[in-house]
Design a protein around this ligand. Structure first.
Ligand code: PHE
Length: 347
């Protein structure tokens, strides 16, 4: 007893390993390791059987050793196979992330309006314009009265302009959401910061009760305002052309002036740009500041222009629906957003 070889016992043990019911239980590496110990460990059944070999005759030793070896190999085959299987099921242990590695995917993009806004600011600054800001909640004086816009002008209508109800001691002071950045011109003239030779620009949100594929109730304008002895339609054209050529990166860009009307400019012009197809597209309004406004602030000559940021961004990107800008559609943002900070200018 005990000293007699029991190869049968080992065979049984190994057979049981291949029983599907039993295998279901061996579902962790720990359990598999335990089986290995039960078999090959110091007190394992294989180890105890092999230690009995020394008691056998030479011939028996050889035949039994051969058989034991084959059983051991069978066991190891089983062990390796299941170890691999359990290893591949195991979730990788999280490794420490290297924050210095470059990121290739899922990087946020810069909204095209944001990027083109920065681009416009950079160009205006490069052209020598100084930035002037004004409030989005404006009063009727700066937005309309000071700009010669008559009391009965249709643009003052509540169907066109957003009025802010709580304000209004006097009609002039009534608060509205500004309908154009031209209001900033009056604020700049009033500030007393400028003598009669300066170039300023503004950029910001403006509001009108409009909503279709080419209009949004909130959009953005870039306003250029130049006061100088040299101010003329010719110098106005020079600045506009310089701005647009740089913005669209198109050296041979063509623009044309058509007569227009604004209560605060005379002459007033509508400016069109020419497309590759040969078609002209109306782009912006501009003109020489009216004498009564200039004289009020002891200035002689000046011109101004107002550019729609959405408009020029749509042309630059080849878009045809202004609503795309505000849809928050991630796929759209990935397609049209800018991935570099190339155009960003911190002002
Ligand atoms: N403020 C005008 C508009 O919103 C544009 C403009 C600006 C026209 C400056 C002339 C001069 O349509």
């Amino acid at each position: 007893m005990g000293m007699i070889m029991d190869i049968q016992k080992i065979k049984k043990f190994i057979d049981s390993l291949f029983d599907p019911e039993y295998l279901k239980e061996v579902n962790t590496l720990e359990k598999l390791e335990k089986i290995k110990i039960d078999f090959l460990g110091k007190k394992g059944i294989f180890t105890s059987e092999i230690s009995k070999l020394k008691n056998l005759s030479k011939e028996e030793k050889i035949t039994n050793a051969k058989e034991l070896n084959a059983l051991k190999n069978k066991f190891l085959e089983f062990y390796e196979k299941y170890k691999d299987e359990l290893d591949s099921n195991k979730k990788p242990t999280p490794t420490k992330s290297d924050i210095t590695l470059p990121v290739y995917d899922e990087v946020g993009k810069i909204h095209p309006l944001r990027s083109c806004r920065s681009r416009a600011i950079k160009i205006m600054k490069d052209l020598g314009f100084e930035f002037e800001d004004g409030p989005s909640v404006e009063n009727c004086y700066y937005n309309f009265d000071a700009l010669n816009i008559p009391k009965d002008h249709p643009s003052r209508n509540e169907r066109d302009t957003f009025y802010i109800k709580e304000s209004a001691d006097s009609k002039e002071k009534r608060n509205i959401l500004r309908t154009h950045t031209t209001a900033v011109q009056i604020r700049a003239l009033e500030s007393g910061k400028y003598s009669d030779n300066f170039k300023v620009f503004s950029i910001g949100d403006v509001y009108r009760r409009d909503d279709d594929t080419t209009h949004l109730p909130m959009f953005h304008q870039i306003e250029g305002f130049v006061v100088s002895e040299e101010a003329s339609l010719a110098t106005l054209k020079h600045f506009l052309l310089s701005f647009l050529k740089m913005f669209f990166e198109k050296e041979d860009l063509e623009i044309r002036f058509r007569p227009g009307f604004f209560p605060f400019t005379e002459p007033s012009v509508e400016v069109d740009i020419k497309f590759k197809s040969g078609n002209w597209l109306e782009l912006l309004g501009a003109g020489m500041i009216r004498k009564n406004i200039m004289e009020k602030y002891n200035m002689k000559k000046g011109f101004a222009f107002g550019i729609g940021l959405e408009r020029i961004t749509m042309i630059k990107l080849g878009l045809n629906n202004m609503n795309d800008f505000v849809k928050n559609d991630l796929y759209w943002l990935k397609t049209y957003g800018y991935s570099s900070f190339e155009h960003i200018c911190y002002s």
